[in-house]
Design a protein around this ligand. Structure first.
Ligand code: ATP
Ligand code: MG
Length: 403
């Protein structure tokens, strides 16, 4: 007997009160987009989303669903008429699908009170049948397989296998953020952390050719393709940063170069975020990781945002845990490919770890950075990915791309 459907459990969504309907609608939409290649029907209600398998192998479907944010758990379910002999047979057959499981427990939820036996009676009748027809034992405390029977008027739902989902919120529920993507290990993980919480990301990269090579863009495209698994449409805007960077290195004392460069990046990011109607800027920074990521540096750098929110999803994460996450989401092998970033090519020998705001303001007066910022904003190019493929890549500014 093959499983009939997958049952998606919402988890954290259930705390959303009046917003729940909108959350469920968003999740159902995202599930349908993700499952389009499988051509399966799905339906949602207050408690679950049901994906009807129609004889399809559940394994690849579950793997895809595990990449959709907002899903807490996925159960493989069989649905039979609410007749005892059918429930018994289906339970045994589900247990047999669980290779290696020897002990079981049966939990019964009797929503339809018309069923002649009570919950305990149903559990005993089904367990007796399983014990009689297979090599199993009952374990009420630590069963290898926990069978759930839910009796509803339209049928009995039987499940014994749950897979954990991504958790978080359905994508698109929380708004949109401008993510600074560098090509290193951290920023793709930061982007994923936001997506998992239902926040749509649009990426921004500062390129400094000829100091940085075109290979960086290929690398970023591979990162976009990897993130595309979690966010179906994703775009990257590339800003020409070379002139601004040259002006910084010509006018600012070496220890302050990184601080001023970061201040320029944030100015540009906030301008782009406002233009794209994003609600915040996000970075892959982690407190204490490098000189520009001390609390003192962050404060001086963030000053230019003028109260526009700056998010740092990884701010208290250890590098090892970031690396582990990047391996899990498939960006690690891309991130470790050698590349040059504008932050590393001119790395000062002794960068300032506790920069002073007054000094930053003083150095910034030495050149017309606003003109260079405006020039930079005019040279934006956009790369778009959808369903793992590059769909649009042009040298003009696409302010009105599909959101
Ligand atoms: P990552 O692994 O993400 O590169 P990192 O630890 O190497 O991070 P930095 O290079 O200091 O840290 O950069 C900190 C953050 O600043 C990055 O996570 C990213 O969000 C942003 N950033 C740095 N360089 C660029 C760039 N060239 N374009 C866009 N964002 C950048
Ligand atoms: Mg970096």
């Amino acid at each position: 007997m093959k499983p009939d459907m997958l049952m998606i459990h919402y988890g954290e969504l259930s705390t959303k009160g009046d917003n729940k309907k909108a959350f469920v609608t968003a999740l159902l939409h995202n599930v349908r987009v993700a499952l389009k290649p499988f051509g399966l029907e799905s339906k949602g209600d207050r408690d679950h989303i049901y994906v009807y398998l129609g004889g399809a192998d559940p394994t690849p479907v579950i793997s895809r669903l595990k990449e959709v944010s907002g899903i807490q758990r996925i159960s493989i379910v069989m649905k039979v008429e609410p007749k005892m002999e059918l429930i018994q047979e289906a339970t045994l057959s589900l247990l047999q699908e669980e290779a290696g499981a020897k002990s079981f427990k049966i939990d019964v939820k009797r929503v339809d009170k018309r069923f002649p036996l009570d919950s305990y009676g149903i559990a005993c009748a089904v367990a007796d049948y399983v014990l009689e027809h297979g090599d199993y034992e009952v374990d009420l405390h630590e069963p290898e397989c926990k069978v759930k029977l839910t009796l509803r008027p339209e049928g009995c739902y039987i499940s014994c296998h749950d897979e954990l989902g991504l958790g978080g919120y359905p994508l698109g529920m929380i708004g949109k953020v401008t993510m600074l993507l560098s090509g290193g290990i951290d920023s793709p993980v930061a982007a994923f952390s936001l997506i998992r919480r239902g926040i749509r990301v649009e990426c921004l990269h500062f390129a400094s050719p000829p100091y940085t090579s075109a290979a960086v863009i290929d690398k970023l495209k591979d990162i976009l393709a990897a993130l595309n698994v979690y966010q179906n449409d994703i775009k990257l805007q590339v800003l020409p940063f070379t002139k601004l960077q040259d002006a910084i290195y010509a006018n600012v004392p070496e220890p302050y170069c990184i601080t001023i460069m970061r201040r320029m990046m944030i100015r540009l990011a906030v301008a782009m975020a406002k233009k794209n109607r994003a609600l915040a800027v996000a970075t892959g920074e982690s407190i204490g990781q490098v000189a520009s990521q001390t609390l003192e540096s962050m404060g001086v750098i963030e000053e230019v945002a003028d109260s526009f929110p700056i998010l740092r999803p990884l701010c208290v994460e250890d590098k090892l845990s970031i690396i582990e996450k990047s391996k899990r989401i498939g960006t690690y092998d891309i991130s470790i490919r050698p590349y040059e970033d504008c932050c590393t090519i001119f790395k000062p020998r002794r960068p300032k770890t506790k920069p002073k705001l007054e000094e930053c303001l003083e150095y910034e007066k030495r050149f017309d950075y606003q003109r260079l910022i405006d020039e930079c904003l005019e040279g934006v190019t956009t790369i778009c990915f959808s369903g793992g493929q590059e769909v649009l890549s042009e040298g003009e500014n696409h302010a009105e791309l599909p959101q």
